[in-house]
Design a protein around this ligand. Structure first.
Ligand code: IPE
Ligand code: IPE
Ligand code: MG
Ligand code: MG
Ligand code: MG
Length: 301
């Protein structure tokens, strides 16, 4: 039977939701003191319900190539998703993209307030790494340390955070086509790359296997943000669960703005082709990753 992408995505998403539901409680988040209830509620608002959960899916699919099962890939996937949710909470803040709608609901700073949204992001960021330190992330401490380093590299200054800075600076400047591609590889690509590499790390991939999967992830990450930028122009807020038409309004430096919609759509198809081409050595074990990058380009939300 051929690979059923929709079923796999639905299962991965419900596993992530159930685990977040369990981990995002005052009891599970407690430290030397008790977590403020309002902050726990804001973290839940920003991470439960509505997300597609594509990054945990990538962790799971990359791990599956090496016969690592979904339950063994769950904590690593959760950690990436928590970082992603924090990045969205901060991305929507008035000082950044200033958005009121996310995943079909008011953004965290609209539902709560700005200070709470900033701290909810900080909370998700911090606990993502706490989860990776747990033995259920992986029994081998060496693997856990590699997962931490991989996620930090994807989320940090050479990754998502640095890319977000370049995106904001770009609003009052001009980026070349190359500059846009580099900025997007950081702000969005780096977490997608981390997700795939964390799955491969769980599977103890060889250097050659890791290189091939990294090539896939980098092309897929570019495809993902390019599709997001295309959908900002072509889709409705209702379908997306977030405002559209925002990139032109804010002078966001996107490939759609630089090369036009049709050329962007052609580029998207090339990136999907490139990503799939990196997987040839993995035969049908990589059907999940193939389906996911195709979904990146075909998605309507
Ligand atoms: C949106 O990511 C932000 C970008 C990196 C473009 P997703 O489209 O994966 O958002 P959710 O998690 O499904 O809401
Ligand atoms: C978001 O890019 C990238 C992040 C690191 C959060 P966008 O700003 O285009 O994402 P949306 O369109 O708000 O989801
Ligand atoms: Mg943004
Ligand atoms: Mg945004
Ligand atoms: Mg966008």
């Amino acid at each position: 039977m051929s690979y059923d992408f929709r079923a796999e995505l639905a299962t991965a998403a419900s596993d992530v939701e159930a685990a977040l539901e369990r981990l995002l409680t005052a009891e599970a988040l407690s430290g030397p003191g008790a977590p403020p209830e309002r902050l726990v509620a804001a973290m839940r608002h920003g991470s439960l319900a509505g997300g597609k959960r594509l990054r945990p899916l990538l962790v799971r699919q990359a791990a599956a190539i090496f016969d690592v099962g979904p339950s063994e890939a769950l904590i690593a996937g959760l950690a990436v998703e928590a970082i992603h949710c924090y990045s969205l909470i901060h991305d929507d803040l008035p000082a950044m993209d200033d958005d009121d709608l996310r995943r079909g609901k008011p953004t965290v700073h609209r539902a709560y307030d700005e200070a709470t949204a900033i701290l909810a992001g900080d909370g998700l960021l911090t606990h993502a790494f706490a989860w990776l330190a747990r033995t259920d992330a992986h029994p081998d401490a060496d693997v856990r340390i590699r997962l931490v380093a991989e996620l930090a590299a994807g989320a940090g200054l050479g990754g998502m955070v640095g890319g977000q800075m370049a995106d904001i600076e770009g609003e009052s400047g001009f980026l070349t086509e190359r500059g846009i591609a580099d900025m997007q590889a950081m702000k969005t690509g780096a977490l997608i790359r981390a997700a795939v590499r964390m799955g491969a790390t769980l599977g103890r991939a060889s250097d050659e296997e890791m290189a091939a999967l990294t090539g896939y992830a980098e092309a897929a990450g570019r495809a993902f943000q390019l599709a997001d930028d295309i959908l900002d122009v072509t889709a409705t807020a209702e379908a997306m669960g977030k405002a559209t038409g925002k990139d032109a309004e804010r002078n966001k430096q996107t490939l759609v703005a630089r090369i036009g919609l049709e050329a962007a759509q052609r580029r998207l198809a090339e990136l999907v082709h490139d990503a799939v081409g990196r997987l040839h050595r993995f035969d049908q074990r990589a059907d999940g990753l193939r389906a996911t990058v195709r979904f990146f380009a075909e998605r309507q939300s």
